[in-house]
Ligand binder design. Sequence first.
Ligand code: GDP
Ligand code: K
Ligand code: MG
Length: 272
Amino acid sequence: AEKIKVAVAGNPNVGKTTIFNALTGARQKVGNWPGVTVEKKIGTKNHNGHVLEIIDLPGTYSLTAYSADEVVARDYILEEKPDVVVQVLDSTNLERNLYLTTQLLEMGTNLILALNMSDRAEMRGDFIDVQRLESLLGVSAIKTVAGEGKGIDALLDSIVTKKEQNIPLPHEIGYGGMVEEKICALEEIIKGDPEISKHYPPRWITVKLLEGDDNVIFKLSSESIKGKVQDFLSAIDNEEYEVEMADKRYEFISTLMPQVCTTCADEVSPSD
Ligand code: GDP
Ligand code: K
Ligand code: MG
């Protein structure tokens, strides 16, 4: 059977490794990502006649190029194009964890949310409306308690189903008039690159460049397009856009939260 490539992503300390271990059992290999001392873990799992190759990505709060961990995680997603990305979330810090979700959605990943630590959330009296969350975000979501193996079979079933459906749609957050105008203009330039649209979601590349993420410019193959992009970017104030876009993502999440959980309040506030 064809291998299903699965990447496990998430913030640090949400139970990623525990989920990875529950998914793969003892069948794992540990190494390093090329060029950096970030641990790379790969495991395999046979599930109902399907072979899953599962990667435990480094824990990250975001997918901007702020650290080696973030670059490793996002380059894996962009270059290796896993069939399915499982984001593990800490259900007691849902709002904060959804920030990474917005970025995974913008990258056009085929996304499943593992709402982990659901034992602790329920002990606090927080009940997340999973179906509502799924329909608002257009993803699949499953409650898990990783250490007890709860939800792991459902997660495996969901991975296979996701792969078979294979309809990742880049989810677009509207950034509002001023920013959208710039996105539109810059995206036009970027789409002129002969390689970019074949490999990456152009809007995602555009958003990252507007945020001042220089690392992304290396994804462009044409020198003349690179020059045009640099001219465009030097004429604007990146910081202003970065702040505005982060605000819009938080706004999107804070509008969503009361619709999926009436009592949830993060143990750690999203701005920490
Ligand atoms: P990672 O940093 O995301 O890889 O997180 P780990 O897998 O190392 O887990 C962090 C801690 O949370 C460990 O002490 C786990 O035993 C614990 N943990 C993981 N999943 C759950 C869960 O669903 N419920 C509870 N109560 N604890 C969990
Ligand atoms: K925590
Ligand atoms: Mg870990």
